[in-house]
Design a protein around this ligand. Structure first.
Ligand code: CKP
Ligand code: MG
Length: 310
């Protein structure tokens, strides 16, 4: 079927150079955590499938056209005539600090449901090697959450490896709501990705990584922002510092990190090599403007090793 299947909402994104209330010009692009990961993998040469819903409108066309252009498979995505494509506004305030506003409540993207997932998994051919889900999709409503539950159930039965990125968004739900939704998924999750401050969504334990491993998760990857990342498994704890790059825009860095990590997994790279690739793709996102635009292709992966002119 595909290397990676992921599901979520992708919105039209407006990026201003100052406060929106002052008017002026905005850059228009698309944004969505799961499709950022799909684009990251497609750029690295993997087959990535995004399941999502867009409106029958120009922002929806922008989303579909962009993902198609990036080589992401949209076979199991659909257009909903009755709801608009969601919008996200990034208002640049100071240096890398953006004010983020969502206009996504009642959006087409939030009409994703279990039937969308069933269609994808019922397709002829082998199951996806990887399923990637995030807390954002779970936060969009009952139906999107049920879509994630169904995807995890089907992937588990099919033998796909399942990755969960906590991706907590306090504009969408509280930590306790996220905990109630995500903790029941854990027995089926193989790989957890979380930032330090997101671990409390998944467990109350004093040693969260150890608790998640003993709950059956095979690998827990914890992101420390500028402090790099640590991979915990039953046999190893591996740390990698972040790669030193100028910080231009940190939005999308987490998704870029996941794309590198999962790309390494698809290539059969060991845990330390996977972490190397993850901090590298994360650094590309941090050093470039946009959520996914600066993600590397295969040949560019080595760029940061060479430096200027290399
Ligand atoms: O955790 P990240 O900064 O990598 O996630 C960024 C994405 O999906 C961004 O594209 C935005 O649209 C979102 O997270 C979101 O819904 O907040
Ligand atoms: Mg994230």
């Amino acid at each position: 079927m595909t290397d990676l299947l992921t599901l979520g909402e992708t919105m039209a994104a407006f990026r201003t150079t100052g406060p929106l209330r002052l008017g002026g010009t905005a850059g228009i692009s698309v944004a969505g955590s799961e499709s950022n990961v799909a684009i990251g993998l497609a750029r690295l040469g993997h087959q990535a499938t995004w399941v999502g819903v867009t409106g029958a409108d120009e922002p929806g066309e922008l989303v579909r056209r962009t993902l198609r252009a990036e080589g992401v498979d949209l076979t199991w995505s659909r257009v909903d005539e009755a709801a608009p494509t969601g919008l996200i506004i990034f208002e640049n305030r100071v240096a890398d600090i953006n004010r983020v506003t969502y206009h996504r409540s009642g959006s087409a993207g939030s009409r994703l449901g279990p039937a969308d997932v069933t269609r994808a998994f019922d397709a002829p051919g082998p199951p996806p090697r990887l399923l990637h889900v995030t807390g954002i999709t779970c936060a969009l409503g009952v139906e999107p959450y049920q879509a994630v539950v169904e995807a995890v159930r089907r992937a588990r039965t099919a033998g796909s490896t399942i990755c969960l990125d906590v991706n907590h968004r306090n504009r969408l739900w509280s930590v306790s709501e996220a905990a109630a939704a995500l903790r029941p998924l854990l027995p089926s999750i193989d790989l957890v990705v979380a930032s330090d401050d997101e671990l409390s969504v998944l467990t109350d334990a004093a040693d969260p990584a150890a608790a998640l491993l003993s709950a059956g998760v095979a690998e827990v990857v914890v992101k420390h922002g500028a402090g790099g990342a640590t991979s915990h498994s039953a046999t190893d704890t591996i740390h990698r510092p972040a790669r030193t790059v100028p910080v231009v825009d940190t939005v999308g860095a987490g998704d870029a990190f996941v794309a590198g990590l999962l790309s390494g997994w698809l290539d059969g790279v060991d845990a330390s090599g996977r972490l190397d690739r993850a901090v590298t793709t994360g650094a590309f996102a941090v050093a470039t403007r946009g959520d996914w635009e600066g993600l590397p292709d295969r040949a560019e992966l080595a760029l940061l090793d060479h430096g200027p002119g290399g």
